[in-house]
Design a protein around this ligand. Structure first.
Ligand code: HEM
Length: 712
C-alpha cells in the first residue's frame, strides 16, 4: 500500500512536498493548497473580474523588488568589499527592511485572537414571511467569510482559555454586505454600550504587571462583575463548559440583540438569530483546556483548518426566534431590548432559515483573517436594528476602531471586505485609496457627472430604516425598570443544566475566585451567587473556605430550559480524533484495518508509536514526545506500553471521560490505569469490535457516566 492510499492526515504545510536539495530552476509560484481560497477577485468598487484568485498574489518565477525589478541576490547586503561597511545605496536592503519594520498593525482592541474560513450560506426560504432580505429567499446561495475569536486575549494568546467566543459572519449578498457579529453565548455582560470600555478594562490583564493574559480569573474582572450584577448572567455562562468549546465547529452562535425584521408587505417582527452546529455543541474539560494552552495553543485554529483541509466541512443551521413587534417590545415578560436576557427556545422555538457550510481555508491569514472588518451596522433591506442600548453603541464603535486598526478610512476596499455588488459611493481619497474614481462630481445632486449616482427607492432595493415609533420623552441617563432584574435568568441557566454541568460551573467559580487576591471581592461574588442558587453558593464558599452568605433578593423558581444543556444526546462524529497506540510488534493488517475503519467513519486516526517514520508501511503521526491526550477524543490501544508518557496519556484520557478501546492482546494496560473492562466507556475485545463500539461512544462526545460517578 502506498502512503497515498492511507487515510488523509491534515496539516501538510505546502501544496507539494519539498525537495531535499535547494530548488534552483526558476518556476512559477505554487498555487494555493486545495483546501484554500482567497477573497473573490473584485475591484475596490465591487465589480467581478475574470482574474483567478492567484492573480492578486505573487506572479512570475523570479524574485523582484516591490517595483518588479528582478534581483540577483537577497542574502547579502551591498558592501564595500566582503569585510567592508554596508552601503546606504543598497536600495534592496532598505526596501526589504523598511517593509518588514512596518509589517505589524494594531491588533483588535477585543477579539484579537481569531481564526476564519470561507463558505457558503444557502437559504431555505423559511424567513421569507418575516424579511424581504434577498439572501434569505428560498434557494439563494451567498458567499460568506466567518471569523471565530476569543475576547480577552492578545493575538498570540492560547485558543482554549475560559472566555466567550466571537462568531462573526460576513455575508456577501447581492444587496451589499450583511454582517452578523455575534458570540457563542446568547447574552452579554452589560446592558449599555457606555460600559464596554469598563468591562473590557476589567477583563484585560491588570495594567501594572500586564497579567494574567487571556483569562478572567483575576481581581479586576470579579470586582467588576460583582459590582455590576447585570453581568452575572453572562458570567455564569462563562463558568460553564460553553466557555471552553471543544472546537469552533461545535459551537453555537447568537446574534444576542433583538433585531427588527421587515417583510415585503412592510410588516415587522422582533427576531433573535441563532447558529446551530450540525456536530452539536460541546465543551472541553477545564483541565483539558489548561493542558492544551501549553501543548497546543493553536488547538482551535488548527482543528478548524485541518477539518476543512480533510473535507470535513463544518456546518451550521441559521435559525430565528420570531416575536411579535409589540409597542412594549416585550415577549412573555422578557424585555427584548435587554441584551442580558434570552428568550428560552421552549417559549419561542427556533425556525431554521438556512444552512452555512465552511468549505475553504483562507490563503493568507493577514490578508483575510486579520484584515476582515465586521460591523453590526452593515445591514441589508429587511434587517434593521432595535433600540437595544448595547447594539446602539456598537453601531458607532466598529467603524471607529477600524480606522486605527486598518490605517485609514478605506478598509472596505481591502479584498476580503469588498462587497460582491456594485459600489457607487461618494467617499473619496484617504489613506490607501485603491479605486481610481472617474468623474468630477462626488456630490449629490450634480449635473456634471450626468447626475450619477442616483438615489434608489424601495422598489430599487434601497435600505430604508423601518419607521419604528420613538416615544416622546425627555433626555435622561436612565434605563427601563425591567433592566434591574439581574438574577432570574442566571438561575434559569443554572437550573437547566444536568448535574455534571452544574458541577463544572461550581468548579469554575471555585477556580476563578480562588485565583483572586482580595477576600472582599470573593465575598461580594458569593453574595451574588446566593441570589442565583443556594447550593451553588454553598459549594463555591466551601471551596474558598468562606462563610455562605444569605440571598438578598427573592428570585423565584424559573421553568428550566432543557435546550440550554449540552449533555444527553448523540451527534455526528466527523473530524473527531482517535489515537491508536501501536508499535513494531502490532499486527500490520490489523492496524491498517483499524485506520481504514476510522477513516471511513470520517474520524481522523493518529498513530502513536515509540518512534517516528513508518510501522510497516503505515506512517506514524505522533511519538511519546509529541502525543498529547488532549488532542484526542478517544484512544485505541493495540500495543502494551510501559512508557510513562504513554501511561500518563491514557490516564488523562480516562480521567477526562473519553472512550478507551483496548485490543485483547494489550488488555494488561488497564491494570496500570486502575480501570476495569466493561466500566463505562472502557471497551476490550477484538480490534474491529472495539472500533465499532468506540464510534458509538464518540457520538455522545464523552462517557458522561464516568464523570457522574466521579462527581457523585
Ligand atoms: C452583544 C454584544 C457584542 C458582541 C456579540 C460582540 C461581538 C464581537 C465580535 C465577534 C468581534 C470580533 C469581530 C472579528 O472577528 O473581527 C468584536 C469585535 C469588536 N467589538 Fe464587539 N461585541 C459586542 C459588544 C460590543 C460593544 C458594546 C462594543 C463597543 C461599544 C464592541 C466593540 C468591539 C470592537 C472595538 C471590536 C474590534 C473590531 C475590530 O477591530 O475589527 N463590541 N465584537
Amino acid at each position: 500500500m502506498s502512503t497515498h492510499d492511507q487515510p488523509t492526515i491534515p496539516g501538510a504545510p505546502a501544496p507539494e512536498p519539498p525537495s531535499f536539495d535547494e530548488p534552483t530552476t526558476p518556476r512559477e509560484p505554487l498555487p494555493p493548497k486545495a483546501d484554500q481560497r482567497g477573497p473573490e477577485t473584485r475591484t475596490p468598487t465591487g465589480a467581478a473580474t475574470d482574474l483567478p484568485a492567484e492573480a492578486v498574489a505573487q506572479q512570475g518565477a523570479h524574485l523582484t523588488t516591490a517595483q518588479g525589478t528582478r534581483l540577483p541576490d537577497t542574502d547579502h547586503s551591498l558592501k564595500a568589499g566582503p569585510r567592508g561597511p554596508v552601503l546606504l545605496q543598497d536600495h534592496h536592503l532598505r526596501e526589504k527592511i523598511m517593509h518588514f519594520d512596518h509589517e505589524r498593525i494594531p491588533e483588535r482592541a477585543v477579539h484579537a485572537r481569531g481564526a476564519a474560513a470561507h463558505g457558503v450560506f444557502e437559504a431555505n426560504g423559511a424567513a421569507e414571511g418575516v424579511t424581504k432580505a434577498a439572501f434569505l429567499r428560498a434557494g439563494a446561495r451567498t458567499k460568506v467569510f466567518v471569523r471565530f475569536s476569543t475576547v480577552l486575549g492578545s493575538r498570540g494568546s492560547a485558543d482554549t482559555v475560559r472566555d466567550t467566543r466571537g462568531f462573526a459572519t460576513k455575508f456577501y449578498t447581492e444587496e451589499g454586505v450583511y454582517d452578523l457579529v455575534g458570540n457563542n453565548i446568547p447574552v452579554f455582560f452589560i446592558q449599555d454600550a457606555i460600559k464596554f470600555p469598563d468591562v473590557i478594562h476589567a477583563g484585560k490583564p491588570h495594567p501594572d504587571r500586564e497579567i494574567p493574559q487571556a483569562q478572567s480569573a483575576h481581581d479586576t474582572f470579579w470586582d467588576f462583575v460583582s459590582l455590576h450584577t447585570e453581568a452575572q448572567h453572562h458570567t455564569i455562562w462563562n463558568m460553564s463548559d460553553r466557555a471552553l468549546p471543544r472546537s469552533y465547529r461545535m459551537m453555537q452562535g447568537f446574534g444576542i440583540h433583538t433585531f427588527r425584521l421587515e417583510n415585503e408587505a412592510g410588516e415587522t417582527s422582533l427576531v433573535k438569530f441563532h447558529w446551530r452546529p450540525t456536530l452539536g455543541t460541546h465543551g472541553l474539560m477545564w483541565e483539558e483546556a489548561q493542558l492544551l494552552a501549553g501543548k497546543d495553543p493553536d488547538f482551535h485554529r488548527r482543528d478548524l483548518a485541518d477539518a476543512i483541509e480533510a473535507g470535513a466541512f463544518p456546518q451550521w443551521e441559521l435559525a430565528l426566534q420570531v416575536m411579535p413587534d409589540t409597542p412594549d417590545e416585550t415577549f412573555e415578560g422578557i424585555d427584548l431590548l435587554d441584551p442580558t436576557k434570552i428568550v428560552p427556545e421552549e417559549l419561542a422555538p427556533l425556525q431554521v432559515i438556512g444552512t452555512m457550510t465552511l468549505d475553504a481555508n483562507p490563503t493568507n491569514y493577514f490578508a483575510e483573517t486579520e484584515q476582515v472588518a465586521f460591523h453590526p451596522g452593515h445591514l441589508v433591506p429587511g434587517i434593521d436594528v432595535t433600540n437595544d442600548p448595547l447594539l446602539q453603541g456598537r453601531l458607532f464603535s466598529y467603524l471607529d476602531t477600524q480606522i486605527t486598526r486598518l490605517g485609514g478610512p478605506n478598509f472596505a476596499q481591502l479584498p476580503i471586505n469588498r462587497p460582491h455588488t456594485d459600489v457607487n459611493d461618494m467617499l473619496r481619497d484617504g489613506m490607501h485609496q485603491t479605486a481610481v474614481h472617474a468623474g468630477v462630481a462626488p456630490y449629490h445632486p450634480n449635473s456634471l457627472d450626468g447626475g450619477c449616482p442616483f438615489h434608489a427607492g424601495a422598489d430599487a432595493g434601497a435600505f430604508i430604516e423601518v419607521p419604528a415609533r420613538v416615544e416622546e420623552s425627555v433626555k435622561e441617563r436612565r434605563q427601563p425598570a425591567s433592566f434591574d432584574d439581574h438574577f432570574s435568568q442566571a438561575r434559569l441557566f443554572y437550573l437547566s443544566l444536568t448535574p455534571v454541568e452544574q458541577q463544572h460551573v461550581a468548579d469554575a467559580y471555585a477556580f476563578e475566585l480562588g485565583k483572586c487576591f482580595e477576600q472582599t471581592i470573593k465575598e461580594r461574588q458569593l453574595a451574588a451567587l446566593a441570589n442565583i442558587d443556594a447550593d451553588l453558593c454553598a459549594s463555591v464558599a466551601a471551596s474558598l473556605g468562606l462563610p455562605v452568605p444569605d440571598a438578598s433578593i427573592e428570585v423565584g423558581e424559573p421553568e428550566p430550559s432543557p435546550a440550554l444543556r449540552m449533555v444527553g444526546d448523540q451527534w455526528p462524529i466527523d473530524g473527531r480524533m482517535v489515537g491508536i497506540i501501536a508499535d513494531d510488534q502490532t499486527d500490520a493488517a490489523e492496524l491498517a484495518a483499524v485506520r481504514t475503519a476510522l477513516d471511513e467513519a470520517s474520524v481522523v486516526p493518529l498513530v502513536i508509536a515509540p518512534h517516528g517514520g513508518l510501522l510497516g508501511d503505515i506512517p506514524v503521526q505522533r511519538t511519546p514526545d509529541t502525543a498529547a491526550s488532549v488532542e484526542l477524543d478517544a484512544v485505541l490501544v493495540l500495543a502494551k506500553s510501559d512508557d510513562p508518557r504513554v501511561l500518563r496519556l491514557l490516564d488523562e484520557v480516562y480521567r477526562h471521560a473519553k472512550a478507551i478501546g483496548v485490543a485483547d492482546a494489550a488488555s494488561s494496560v488497564l491494570e496500570r490505569l486502575d480501570a476495569d473492562a466493561g466500566e463505562p466507556g472502557v471497551v476490550v475485545g477484538s480490534a474491529s469490535a472495539v472500533v465499532r463500539e468506540m464510534l458509538g461512544l464518540l457520538a455522545a462526545h464523552r462517557v458522561w457516566e464516568r464523570l457522574s460517578e466521579a462527581t457523585g
